[in-house]
Design a protein around this ligand. Structure first.
Ligand code: RUB
Length: 314
């Protein structure tokens, strides 16, 4: 489902919506960062010589509103790199139009990336039963396409407590005519492993951050479902852009965004400690492959593919 970005008219509104997960999913967070930079340009009244530096600052602030979002940081990195090129070719004159053009180029790149991921997903071959977790716009698009290509296609997804993003996936797919089943989180691993009732051909999950050594950081709950799928011989694919690879993070030094306990239990008795990480690591041994804009990539090759595909990236 496409977001109408014009309804976001202030940087604070964008930052608050990213932090509260009203704008959710790594790709939408990256697009929100671009929207924020546009909003800033539209209202900028300062010295034109300062525009480029200031817009990059705004972009970085928004891109760091959530911790595990390298794709958002790459949206700003793209602008920075292109601005550097413009500085050297125009002797330092960069105006609002030039910045907006670069942002549009980034948006076009994201569209090409999405088309590339969709094309790579053809490598999956026929799929009748798929399982997913949380809400990834990238996975949702692939599932819709699979339902068009495979007669009798069915998808199941887990609810994804505490914020129930799985219901977004279920509602979006069902509204598009896809045969959809929702399962509670506690039943999800067993559901993914049970080959009798819903014999899953593939588990497809999204990614917020991909570690340099090929692990994926995705919504809490992803690990257990991946273990269950792998243990019953079901392939586990991560559907994601290479722009989510963080060259500085490996499976040994992951840092995960911690969220407010109140998301889990609003009026919990005060002495109970609540552990509420947004995401968790799925280690590379559980991952069959990454479905990316540059083909289906083995976990150990994600970093070299990032450098090959996007030499300018973070
Ligand atoms: C969303 C989530 C998604 C990835 C990928 O978590 O884990 O799988 O962000 O999404 P949250 P996309 O709801 O906390 O943002 O494929 O749309 O980039």
């Amino acid at each position: 489902m496409k977001i109408n970005w014009s309804k976001y008219t202030s940087i604070e509104q964008l930052r608050d919506n990213i932090k509260s997960v009203k704008i959710q999913g790594a790709t939408n967070v990256a697009l929100a960062v671009v929207r924020g930079m546009e909003v800033f340009i539209e209202s900028f009244k300062g010295e034109s010589s300062q525009l480029a530096g200031e817009v990059v600052k705004v972009g970085k602030m928004l891109a760091n509103a959530r911790h595990n979002e390298p794709m958002a940081r790459n949206a700003v990195r793209f602008l920075e790199k292109k601005l550097e090129e413009k500085f050297s070719s125009t002797g330092g004159r960069v105006d609002a139009i030039a910045v907006s053009q670069i942002n549009s180029e980034y948006l076009n790149l994201v569209e090409r990336m999405k088309d590339g991921v969709l094309k790579s997903s053809e490598g999956l071959g026929p799929v009748k039963y798929a399982f997913t977790h949380c809400h990834s716009s990238t996975v949702e698009r692939i599932l819709k396409n699979l339902s068009e290509k495979n007669t009798g296609f069915k998808v199941a997804c887990s609810e994804t407590r505490p914020l129930f993003q799985g219901r977004i996936t279920a509602a979006n797919l069902s509204n598009q005519g896809v045969d959809t089943t929702l399962v509670v989180d506690s039943g999800a691993p067993n559901f993914a492993a049970d080959r009798s009732f819903f014999p899953i051909d593939v588990l497809l999950i999204g990614a917020d951050e991909i570690t340099a050594d090929g692990g994926v950081i995705n919504k809490i709950g992803s690990y257990g479902i991946a273990v269950a799928a792998k243990s019953s011989g079901t392939p586990v694919y991560v559907v994601a852009s290479l722009l989510k690879v963080n060259p500085e993070m490996t499976s040994n030094n992951v840092q995960i965004e911690m969220r407010e306990p109140s998301e889990v239990w609003e009026d919990a008795p005060k002495d109970i400690k609540i552990y509420n990480p947004a995401f968790e690591l799925v280690n590379k041994e559980l991952i069959t492959g990454y479905i990316t804009e540059s083909g289906i990539v083995k976990p150990e090759d994600v970093l070299s593919k990032l450098h090959e595909t996007y030499p300018w990236a973070y």
